[in-house]
Ligand binder design. Structure first.
Ligand code: AMP
Ligand code: GLY
Length: 423
């Protein structure tokens, strides 16, 4: 079978790496891919949201499975168009993808399905939004309704902050159309947790739990990013916690989507916060997390392509239990200077050290590209994820950090405290 992975991040490199290992697969393509996927799959120069050309490519190559990596592909309707043309797609249609692309849609769904989440209200006018936040002493999260590449949430602890956040979105339009509608919700506190559920719209199987580190700098300082590292399984998260997320959050969400005519086939991401009052859902994503995929997929011993195909075809009920490595996995993102301020990120910088990796380190590329004559150069904010399994979290972490240190380009930085909490 020929498989296409859509996207160009380290998440997609990890997916390509997994697909290449499948006995079901004769060839893997990645659109558009990056400097790393090009080494183990064939990159095709088609953008992740280029619906027409992806469908043409699928027809020409008679693809057996298409895996959607990023939300941009889901939101562009790549899944809809491929399904209409008769292809197997791992990734939801646009309608089901609203669980990520519209926070107000997601919150309304959570309310209907009685899924635990923070109390909230939806606003398009600043004055009532400010009043609602003021009643809570400004201790709220202000969220742009639409997609904002992981940067559309402002966490506030004072009225001055909540006023400013609401004005930034509803008055100054700093998030464009994404922020023309906002969700304001109660501030939650506690450790975060990611649970990914593979689903065919009826059945759902949870993948191994993970934790993402979202802030740019050590000790959770600096701005929110797409994610600076992750590990699996997170400290103090056992099977009972995972089961509770499946039973109270993921399954009800999938069933609620299906009952509204939006069958979700792919991976549903539940971003949870474990508060003193119990677990609460912070967000859903309609795809794998990045960098969560990079630390969850290496632990999966079941053939991922077989699993994705079962979800795509609606036959998950007959799929055998997943097998997992008992070894924990840690991933450390190496980023460009100034990330996540994309306007200030320089690209085209030569990358050195990738050939010097200690044994057992996996390097998943994100912002890299191959430039004839110069070799590998940087091509974005997050450049690679250095990943390692180990007998203990400490061992996996030491290896992943050793890998990250080897990756050298001007201004490279990474967080050295990823997974330290579990050591
Ligand atoms: P999101 O884009 O929804 O993943 O939010 C980004 C980050 O903002 C989350 O990972 C949390 O760290 C934080 N966040 C979101 N909602 C809340 C909330 N209600 N209370 C506290 N922090 C939040
Ligand atoms: N790492 C968070 C996300 O993928 O949304």
């Amino acid at each position: 079978m020929k498989v296409l992975v859509v996207g160009s991040g380290a998440r997609e490199h990890a997916l390509v790496w997994k697909c290449v290992q499948s006995e079901l697969v004769e060839r893997v393509y990645c659109a558009p891919g990056n400097g790393g996927t090009g080494g183990m799959a064939r990159n095709v120069a088609i953008g992740a949201a280029d619906v027409v050309r992806i469908v043409d490519f699928a027809k020409r190559e008679r693809l057996g499975l298409v895996i959607l990596g990023p939300e941009a592909a889901v939101d562009a309707g790549v899944g809809d168009a491929l399904r209409n043309a008769g292809f197997n797609v791992f990734g939801p249609n646009r309608g089901a993808g609203r669980i990520e692309s519209s926070k107000s849609f997601a919150k309304a769904l959570m309310k209907r399905a009685d899924i635990p989440t923070a109390a909230f209200e939806v606003f398009t006018q600043p004055a009532p939004a400010r009043d609602w936040a003021r009643e809570r002493g400004g201790r709220v999260a202000v969220k742009a309704d639409g997609l904002a590449r992981g940067k559309g949430v402002i966490v506030c602890t004072t009225i001055a902050e909540s006023d400013a956040a609401i004005d930034a979105m509803l008055v100054e339009s700093r998030f464009g159309r994404s922020g023309a509608t906002i969700v304001v919700e109660d501030l939650l506190e506690g450790p975060e947790l990611t649970i990914l559920g593979v689903t065919d719209g009826k059945d759902l199987v949870a993948l191994a739990p993970s934790r993402d580190f979202k802030r740019a700098h050590e000790a959770d300082g600096g701005p929110n990013t797409g994610g600076m590292g992750a590990y699996s399984p997170p400290k103090a998260v056992d099977d009972a916690v995972v089961r509770e997320v499946v039973d109270r959050v993921l399954r009800p969400a999938v069933l609620e989507l299906s009952s509204g005519g939006d069958e979700f086939r792919g991976v549903l991401y539940a971003g949870m916060m474990l508060t003193a009052a119990g677990m609460r859902t912070i967000e859903f994503n309609a795809r794998f997390g990045d960098p969560e995929a990079q630390v969850v997929l290496p632990r999966l011993q079941t053939d991922f392509v077989a699993l994705a195909l079962a979800a795509a075809k609606g036959t998950l009920a007959d799929f055998p239990d997943l097998r997992w490595s008992p070894q924990p996995c840690v991933g450390v993102v190496v980023a460009s200077a100034n990330y996540p301020d994309d306007a200030m990120v320089k690209t085209g910088l030569q990358i050195r050290g990738l050939a010097e990796m200690p044994p057992g380190v996996l390097i998943f590329h994100a912002g890299t590209r191959f430039e004839p004559g110069r070799g590998l150069v940087t091509d974005g904010g997050r450049v690679v994820t250095s990943v390692a399994l180990g007998d203990t979290v400490a061992q996996a972490r030491d290896k992943a950090l050793a890998g990250a240190r080897k990756v050298r380009f001007d201004g490279a930085f990474f967080r050295s405290d990823i997974a330290q909490e579990a050591v």
